[in-house]
Design a protein. Structure first.
Length: 327
């Protein structure tokens, strides 16, 4: 038996409940993993509320780290006893133990702890595909300005460090002076408190009126329109989340009026859909973390029993960096 966090209907954190479930043996292409720690992400909130709909009942959680206990037929990249970590569909990582598809589960290097592995896979792989695979026309080079919203969040603090290592001038936004200071301490070249500053005007000021080549936006509704105004001609608006609600609909003609700009809506799970690409991206993440260029900030830890409080704090924007559930 394993504890698992389940919801029977969409709603608030009060819908989260811990149940006992039976864990069977892995079938073809599957593994059974016993978690040491589990990651908390905003996508979990989207699934809980129904913004991203799933059939009920639903086990929550998209990332974790632990030890492989058994492998099914056809699994060759993992074996029983391996340390492993993943960001993977289907949901269900909020548990002690689970059977799951093996394709997106990666061996965790010995020099990276289980806590770090659980905290970094979804957020770190997201930062990887944004900075390395979601690029404006002509790509990015050292010295280029980029705008990153929610820079003090889990993805944001990783992106601040990684962008600095790549030589980019990351302009980070956050909702308080404390969060701005945190982003700055993690490598942001400039920071903007968007709760009291017009971030579009500040971006133009910082860039000498030129704007940025790319905006990376997980906030959505509250930042969308002004973000478009931050772009230089042919710039890229890269949306990858909806923390404040879905971005509004728009007429394509606005893209021409704002400088022939591009818009894309990305998701990690397209990027890691093949075993080969997932491993390549994970290897890149493991390397930059092992080198010390990127440190994974785990600023909150909650026991599994306090999962509802973890969701409350995440939605209230009380968290910074990464959050894990401990088992």
């Amino acid at each position: 038996m394993s504890r698992a966090v389940c919801i029977d209907r969409n709603g608030g954190p009060e819908e989260l409940k811990i149940v006992d479930v039976t864990v069977g043996q892995p079938g073809p292409g599957e593994i059974r993993i016993r978690h040491k720690a589990v990651g908390l992400n905003y996508i979990d909130v989207y699934q809980r509320t129904g913004l991203y709909p799933f059939p009920m009942p639903l086990m929550l959680g998209m990332e974790g780290a632990g030890v492989v206990e058994a492998v099914g037929e056809g699994v060759t990249h993992l074996k029983a006893g391996d340390r492993a970590a993943y960001a993977s569909a289907p949901p269900g990582s909020y548990c002690d133990e689970r059977v799951m598809p093996a394709k997106q589960v990666c061996r965790l290097p010995d020099d990276i702890s289980f806590d770090t592995g659980a905290a970094m896979m979804l957020k770190g792989l997201t930062a990887q595909y944004l900075l390395k695979r979601t690029l404006p026309q002509g790509g990015l080079k050292a010295g280029d300005f980029i705008l990153f919203h929610a820079a003090a969040g889990g993805v944001g603090l990783i992106a601040c460090q990684w962008a600095k290592a790549l030589g980019y001038q990351l302009i980070g936004t956050a909702g308080s002076d404390e969060k701005c200071a945190l982003a700055k301490a993690n490598g942001a070249a400039h920071v903007i408190n968007y709760s009291r500053e017009d971030f579009a005007a500040r971006v133009k000021e910082i860039t000498g009126g030129k704007g940025v080549k790319v905006v990376y936006d997980s906030v959505g509704k509250d930042t969308w329109e002004k973000s478009l105004d931050c772009l230089s001609p042919f710039g890229l608006m890269a949306s990858f989340g909806n923390a404040s609600g879905p971005a509004p609909s728009f007429a394509p003609g606005i893209l021409a009026a704002k400088g022939s700009i591009y818009v894309t809506r990305q998701t990690l799970f397209t990027h890691i859909s093949t075993r080969e690409t997932c491993q390549e991206m994970a290897d890149d993440l493991f390397a930059v973390v092992s080198s010390g260029q990127v440190k994974i900030p785990i600023d909150q830890r909650y026991p599994l029993e306090q999962v509802a409080q973890a969701h409350i704090d995440l939605e209230a924007r009380k968290t910074t960096g990464c959050t894990i559930l401990t088992l």
